[in-house]
Design a binder for this molecule. Structure first.
Ligand code: NCD
Length: 329
């Protein structure tokens, strides 16, 4: 596999991703999906390189899929666990990153509860003049680029399994429903979906969908709409993405009750009747069953793409590590 177009050292945000970059990720992920279907699911692409997973906040699928992706590319992986690290002895995050740098880190995959931490580490690596790539695996409420890219890959692969590409989504109607305010997944998806030329409809209660989100639509290829009722967002939608209520990020009581939230904004089979007959439902996980989505719908393979999203995560993260690391081998 050759890669002549990729010039981005760090992947921190999708705000300035270009169409060429999206298509490069989608095509590269498609070739790694082929690798993952082989009997021997491993390639020597990143042999000798060190990928460090610095997760300062909990994670199941993102952390495990980055680790598996690095291993499938034959990189050496280091996993950091804050509770058993020197952070508990007062070491700063930048000093932790420099410790990994001194051990030969080539790529740092960083998740942190504060927005801007991956950016701060990337700035420090640039200042030191070292060729280390930093990948944002979720920072506070800011962004989660690899999640939005795997969502895009899952959707585009559904539309054309052999040749997933950005233009396939042009003219489609996509709805994102739920706790938009606290969601880094929603923020990254707003950038990627509006880059395709799709119509993006955001829906949620006013406390979780402030008007300022309308500004995200300025100058994008696809139009952005905000709704405080769910029905207009779902009407004739091709794709519906629902989000977890991020209770750990809510500083005030923003909802009357979970039951009422489910009644008004929970995705159910009967609400899906408003959408196109072949509508598909996405959720980045972890899911609160019976809150943002009904339990039976989550497990219904006619509608739910949730397990395909997890599977896509490995191929897409292999693509990102490959693109960031390939300039060095
Ligand atoms: C998301 C996250 O951590 O931002 N999950 C994920 O990475 N798959 C969404 C969430 O926590 O609800």
């Amino acid at each position: 596999m050759t890669n002549t177009t990729w010039t981005r050292r760090h992947i921190l945000s999708l705000a300035d991703f270009t169409g060429v970059e999206y298509d490069t990720v989608l095509q590269t992920a498609a070739s790694f999906r082929e690798v993952l279907s082989r009997r021997v699911k491993k390639v020597p692409t990143l042999q000798g390189q060190v990928v460090c997973n610095l997760f300062f906040e909990s994670s199941t699928r993102t952390r495990s899929s980055f680790e598996l992706a690095a291993k499938r590319l034959s990189a050496d992986t280091l996993n950091f666990t804050p509770s058993t690290s020197s952070l508990t002895k007062g070491e700063t995050i930048l000093d932790t990153a420099k410790t990994y740098l001194a051990m030969g880190a080539d790529i740092m995959v960083i998740r942190h509860r504060e927005a801007g931490v991956p950016q701060a580490v990337a700035t420090e690596m640039n200042r030191l003049g070292v060729r280390v790539g930093v990948l944002n695996a979720g920072d506070g409420q800011h962004e989660h680029p690899s999640q939005a890219l795997l969502d895009l890959f899952t959707i585009c692969s559904l539309l054309d399994p052999k040749n997933p590409r950005l233009e396939l989504l042009a003219g489609k109607k996509v709805a994102i429903v739920g706790d938009i305010l606290h969601s880094r997944v929603a923020r990254s998806n707003i950038w990627s979906i509006t880059a395709t030329g799709a119509e993006l409809h955001l829906a949620g209660p006013p406390t979780l969908l402030p008007k300022l989100f309308a500004d995200y639509g300025t100058g994008r290829a696809g139009k952005l709409f905000l709704h405080w009722e769910i029905e207009p967002a779902l009407a004739d939608a091709d794709l519906v993405m629902t989000l977890r209520l991020q209770k750990e990020r809510m500083s005030q009581h923003l909802l009357p009750s979970l039951r009422e939230y489910h009644q008004r904004y929970g995705i159910t089979r009967s609400l899906l009747k408003l959408c196109k007959p072949d509508v598909k439902v996405l959720h980045p996980g972890p899911v609160n069953r019976g809150v943002e989505i009904s339990s039976d719908l989550m497990d219904d393979s006619q509608f739910s793409l949730i397990s395909q999203q997890v599977t896509s995560g490995v191929a897409v993260r292999m693509a990102l590590l490959y693109l960031m690391g390939s300039g060095k081998t």
